[in-house]
Design a protein around this ligand. Sequence first.
Ligand code: ADP
Ligand code: MG
Length: 247
Amino acid sequence: MARRIKVYEGKAKILFEGPEPGTLIQYFKDEAQEHDDSRPEGRGVLNNRLSEFFMTGLNSVGVPTHFIRRMNMREQLVRMAEMVPLEVMVRNYAAGGICERLGIPEGTPLPRPVVEYYFKDEKLGTPLVSEEHITAFNWANQQDLDDIVALILRLNDFLSGVMMGVGVRLADFRVEIGRIWEGDFMRLIIADEITPDNCTLWDMRGLDSEGNLRDPGPVSDMSTELARRLGVLPSNVTHTIKPTLIN
Ligand code: ADP
Ligand code: MG
């Protein structure tokens, strides 16, 4: 087998050159992510499946993503994109950073989905930035931002609906956006990954009758629970033998 060329290794994934120009292979690792050193063995397998599940659904309702197909337990083929250097976040309920920043109690429903942008630079701590910063530093222009908001709100509706269907509240999530060139035309697509690692999820059984958050929920590992409820993985498949990576 031909030796594969590693393009990038990040915290959660390794990127390899894909079989055709304009494609990449994403390998989902098990290793701990930032703020979380409790990722169980098999998390990469789970995330590969969940990202496939969400992106396949999005593609089928006309929300463009980079996902082409899953190749095996830990890898998927995606379209190579030029990444917008932002993490785009949507908040439906107050959780985490916004609670501290604005003094809002955890679990408060927000009046409408609130979109936030973070500059993707780990050395700087992925800081919150405004549209002014984004356009001034040319990370994206105003038209891109309008398109990103439209895209991300469709993504939010889709994800919120799918999760609500299995009794899970999507308090917030973040995702990365990429640019794809088709001739002279540029299209913005959902890239990177859609996994519980990038979401705040609450089991709706942890909510009181008025829908307020009573506690974060009775489920300790929402990722596995979500995958189980969505029927994406049987309940015990996260503990699997690691496949060997062919270099
Ligand atoms: P990081 O630690 O930088 O977040 P990850 O482990 O999540 O990295 O690896 C994914 C990397 O690949 C990210 O830097 C992300 O911006 C990039 N990426 C995701 N999707 C695509 C794509 N379709 N084309 C090119 N790069 C991508
Ligand atoms: Mg990442």
